[in-house]
Design a protein around this ligand. Sequence first.
Ligand code: FE2
Length: 564
Amino acid sequence: MPATNDRSEVSRRQILVGAGTTGLLAATGATAASETAQAATRRARSGAADGTPEQIHLTWGEDPTSSVVVSWASPDQATRPRVRVGRRVIPAQERQYTDGVNDETVWTYHARVGGLRPGAMYVYVVTADNDANAADPFSATFRTAPAGRQAFRFTSFGDLATPNTGWVLSYGQSAYAVSAVESFQPLFHLLNGDLCYADLNPQTQPEVWRDFGNNNQTSAAYRPWMPCPGNHEVEFNNGPQGFTSYLTRYTLPDNGMPAFAGRWYSFRIGSVLFVSLDADDVVYQDAGAFVAGPDALTPAASTGNAAIEPGTSFYIRRYSDGAQTQWLEQTLAAARADSSIDWIIAQMHQCAASSSATGNGSDLGVRAEWLPLFDRYQVDLVLNGHDHDYERSFPCRGTDVNAGTEVATGATVNTLRPHPVTTDDTGAFDTSQGTVHLILGCGGTDANLDDYGVDGKDGDRQAKVFTTANRPALTSTPDVYARASADAVEDAIWSAKRDTSTGYGIAVFDVNPGTGPGSQTSITVTQYHALGADPVNPATGAKGAPTPDYTEFETFTLVRPRSD
Ligand SMILES: [Fe+2]
């Protein structure tokens, strides 16, 4: 058997090398396909390594007009993993890690495809010598970004999870959410954190990531999906911030700080600078990996890792010691000094302006650390997840001091409440005057949180705000710990719109670059929502089910003068 296997490997490799350099894959014909399929079957029976690409997804390279990165995983180590674009064969870089809880090794591959033309469509093929589909390998298309001031569309949501309801916080809407991205055909998608909640399924983290990757492949293989880390990307025993599962799977634009690669980055499309941040570095809220008890979390013995005792949480606030904020300020200053950049759009997971009642709320850490920079450099739009709903703020600049109340004592607390520059909901906002915050944690996860705060005394909108760290505290049950909800509240005068009908949706952004120097540029934003998708509507108690139907919830326009 080994000799037979070896011969078929050689013949298949020769076929693929020929196909890769001459584009003659089709001409190798049915015989080659049959031989390869038989070889794959023999290999599977013999237990040989399976290098079949899966979880295939794209991210932008350093310059989205000319480069993308194709990333994927395979069940076992791949042999000669590669991408083919036309006549070019691009070898992939291997990155693997071993999960620190269940000791499984995950093999990932990353091929940088550069030298592309702006605004052009390409076909690519992903394969390896031990690809079971080598006769008909995975193939998809992508489009590069346009050069200069051009119109384009992007989409966003966070908190996606997987459609496999065997996993904690996974839900069927996750598949429809991916289809929704495809239905709008954006140039790319921003996935603003809490990708799959693997940390809540700690003994099976690689399996959860696999279901996530294979679910979003149906869109992310065709257009870049650009993620930021959320609190649920923080996993025990997986790297200094717990991001090893996340970072191994994604290749993201360089931030010039090797110790913090992939945590934050920026990229430019047309006249828009996109800045992706890791708010785990600045928030007060403790919401990463956590062992509530009464049982410890016991890693597989083969990891050599000790049991993680009840009451342990992985809290990483201030992990960059200010390096991220320094990078942010330099990046924003350079963008506002560049007359070819009009818009600055930031994504991060946790929120400066969320009034979810059943969810997390707002965080003073984001407000104190980054809102002054957003003000100084006129950041137009901030996209968040974390609360599984849809909320839009008025444009905000500066803060209202001492506007908060400590929940426990009723004492006044300074929540640095964002100050709205208008509370007239006209549907058109000049973001050179103030930053608009959108909560888009409406991807697909099971816990719909579309229930919003109301001040019982006057009926005004009310937001919870974390102003201190909610580290684990022992409950009345022995060996069981809990993390408290936000410690303060404020009247949410910055809140303009909240979707009370469903916790699921997708935001679609259409950038209009304007007509010439000195003109106005605009972004039309439309929120589409999935009515009836709430497992249980928190306001009405009505039980729903996943749905493919996304209908318009609201549309509004952001405008600002061009920088040229
Ligand atoms: Fe979150």
